[in-house]
Design a protein around this ligand. Structure first.
Ligand code: NAD
Ligand code: DAU
Length: 355
């Protein structure tokens, strides 16, 4: 029986990790700790929220006292840390929020784990405990037209978001080196799939196509991202958590590079069919807008280490995954309506606060 803390489990990726862990590890207790910022949506977990091995705790990782008390009371042996401010555009307008949550919040969790596990350089590294930090490929900066990010690529973040994630990664490694905290880090490429908040490129464009609204493409749409289906990311986290040695890092990616304009053209074609619109009609919604400041040109992940050492590989081709994603959004119109109207924010009070 394990006691696993997942932070940020009401968000996009976190909700898929919570679903995988609660349904797979039925003998473990899974606590989902989330502040429920605008990005946290407990409706993502409606289907598993009554499982006996699942519990939700509303709280802020920036509150050190609260975090220490929670760790003392619950005595977690595993932490899977996803809670973060995650949107690059928001980091450009409010960098401090990213420093608070992504850096200070992470250090608070490291301190609390170190304290309850009694970690120190004078003692052997605990083998039955794990602190898993979920990070991003954006810490590596930007690529030119060739090359891939490997685990050895030097950090070179450009946005306040990626700088805050890079800082948090450095702290996680420092706690391994200084205090023998049994940490693991993964750096993943762009995720897509169900439950993605419609401020990010793909869900925003699905929403806008549905409503015949313009599709805002930054600059010329030439920036390249390496897209991975979110469930494959959750599977990779599970594999790395269980198999990786403490202190190690794994890159996770789909070997699936697309320019933004090509992604949106493909999405337009898929949605022409799904919505019974004439071929080419959705493409007319594409609108080129002012570029993002400091916009990284290209991300591409080399996940050979993960594939060779731990046996993980992506399960879906992008075209198939994107169609599945569109199907999910069209079948879950109510989810999208509640997110865009803000009604999803009332779910906690209605369903949880009274429990
Ligand atoms: P998200 O924005 O959808 O979800 C973040 C979650 O964290 C939300 O539920 C939010 O309420 C919660 N949260 C935010 N601040 C908090 C705080 N102070 N205390 C407690 N909870 C808080 O993010 P996501 O896209 O699911 O990303 C999850 C993690 O994966 C992040 O660490 C992100 O850096 C990383 N990541 C994301 C991607 C991607 O493509 N989305 C790729 C690689 C890595
Ligand atoms: O690479 C992993 C990262 O991927 C994660 O760490 C981040 O949390 C996640 O948000 C994502 O970052 P991006 O900035 O790459 O994702 P976003 O969906 O915001 O943008 C994808 C690309 O599309 C990027 O080149 C910017 C562009 N874009 C984005 C938006 C929102 C547009 O052209 N128009 C838009 O309206």
């Amino acid at each position: 029986m394990k006691k696993i803390l997942i932070t940020g489990g009401a968000g996009f990726i976190g909700s898929h990790v919570v679903r995988l862990f609660t349904t797979k590890y039925t003998n473990s207790q899974i606590v989902n700790l989330d502040k429920l910022t605008y990005a946290g949506n407990l409706e993502n977990l409606k289907d598993i929220e009554t499982l006996p091995n699942y519990r939700f705790v509303k709280g802020d990782i920036v509150d050190a006292t609260f975090i220490n008390d929670l760790f003392q009371a619950e005595q977690f042996d595993t932490v899977v840390h996803l809670a973060a401010e995650s949107h690059v555009d928001r980091s450009i307008s409010n960098p401090l929020e990213f420093v608070n949550t992504n850096v200070i919040g992470t250090v608070n969790l490291l301190n609390a784990a170190k304290s309850i596990w009694g970690c120190s350089k004078d003692k052997p590294l605990p083998t039955d405990k794990r602190f898993y930090h979920v990070s991003t490929d954006e810490v590596y900066g930007t690529l030119g037209e060739t090359g891939l990010f490997t685990e050895a690529t030097p950090y070179d973040p450009h946005s306040p978001y990626s700088a805050s994630k890079a800082a948090s990664d450095h702290f996680v490694r420092a706690y391994y080196d200084t205090y023998n905290l049994p940490v693991v880090i993964s750096n993943c490429s762009n995720n897509y799939g169900p439950n993605h908040f419609p401020e990010k490129l793909i869900p925003l464009c699905i929403h806008n196509i549905k409503n015949n609204k313009p599709l805002p493409i930054y600059g010329k749409g030439e920036n390249v991202r390496d897209w991975l289906y979110v469930v494959d990311h959750a599977r990779a986290i599970d594999v790395i958590l269980n198999k990786a040695t403490p202190g190690s890092t794994y890159n996770i990616g789909g070997h699936n590079e697309w320019t933004n304009i090509d992604v949106i053209r493909l999405l337009c074609r898929i949605m022409d069919k799904k919505l019974n619109r004439p071929d080419g009609s959705n493409e007319k919604l594409i609108t080129f807008v002012k570029d993002r400041a400091g916009h990284d040109l290209r991300y591409a992940i080399d996940s050979t280490k993960l594939q060779n050492e731990l046996g993980w590989k992506p399960s879906l081709q992008f075209e198939e995954g994107l169609e599945k994603t569109v199907d999910w959004y069209l079948a879950n119109e109510e989810w999208l309506n509640r997110v865009t109207s803000g009604d999803y924010k009332n779910y906690y009070e209605a369903q949880y606060a009274k429990r």
